[in-house]
Ligand binder design. Structure first.
Ligand SMILES: Cc1cc2nc3c(=O)[nH]c(=O)nc-3n(C[C@H](O)[C@H](O)[C@H](O)COP(=O)(O)O)c2cc1C
Length: 178
């Protein structure tokens, strides 16, 4: 994509049972996209393959969420999270993503893959104010420390629930609220 995509307020809502799947190399460049990914996001395979996954990053998504995701993946853990993504025409769609290290036959990490499902409206509404606060923290400062600060806002909120991050994410996905 040569031009940045201009986001608009048109929401694409996934259907129950829709699965959006992608795989990446260790750096996060897309190596596989399933048909649902291409049709919902409005990209061809050619436009996606070898591109950084941030090609569909929505500006409403806090950087702190992705830092947390990469920290989990690099420590060998899977990651769950609610993600707002951009379509090629500027529309957006929400997903509940599970991102996992992709292991080769020797058990070495050779990349990552993500499977995304439809989140409930209640879960999205629960997450929006948290992400908004994180984005406010991120624009108020500069550089890497501010992303740690925004991540800390999220982890402090999770701690206040008495559950761990994955438990909170899965509970929100299954029940819409805590
Ligand atoms: C398997 C996998 C799937 C990813 N899926 C998404 C995604 O759906 N949307 C997104 O914005 N970033 C996704 N990312 C994270 C991006 O690589 C990137 O970290 C993020 O978009 C933030 O961009 P930045 O690192 O340039 O700030 C994914 C990464 C991996 C490894």
């Amino acid at each position: 994509m040569s031009q940045p995509i201009a986001p608009n307020n048109n929401e694409i809502v996934l259907k129950n049972g829709d699965l959006i799947v992608s795989k990446t190399c260790l750096k996060g460049n897309i190596t596989y996209a399933n048909r649902h990914f291409m049709s919902i996001a409005g990209f061809t395979e050619q436009q996606l393959l070898q591109q950084p996954h941030s090609i569909i990053r929505h500006p409403d998504m806090p950087k702190g969420v992705y830092r947390m995701m990469w920290q989990s993946l690099r420590s060998g853990s899977e990651f769950f999270g609610f993600v707002k993504n951009l379509c090629s025409d500027g529309s957006f769609y929400w997903v509940f993503a599970n991102v996992t290290p992709d292991l080769d036959e020797k058990g070495e990490v050779r990349g990552y893959y993500s499977v995304r499902r439809k989140p409930s409206r209640e879960a999205i509404e629960a997450v929006i104010p948290l992400y908004k606060k994180m984005c406010e923290i991120e624009v108020a400062g500069r550089g890497s420390p501010v992303i740690d600060e925004s991540m800390k806002f999220l982890t402090d909120w999770v701690d206040s629930t008495g559950l761990n991050y994955s438990q909170v994410a899965l509970h929100l996905y299954r029940h819409g609220s805590l």
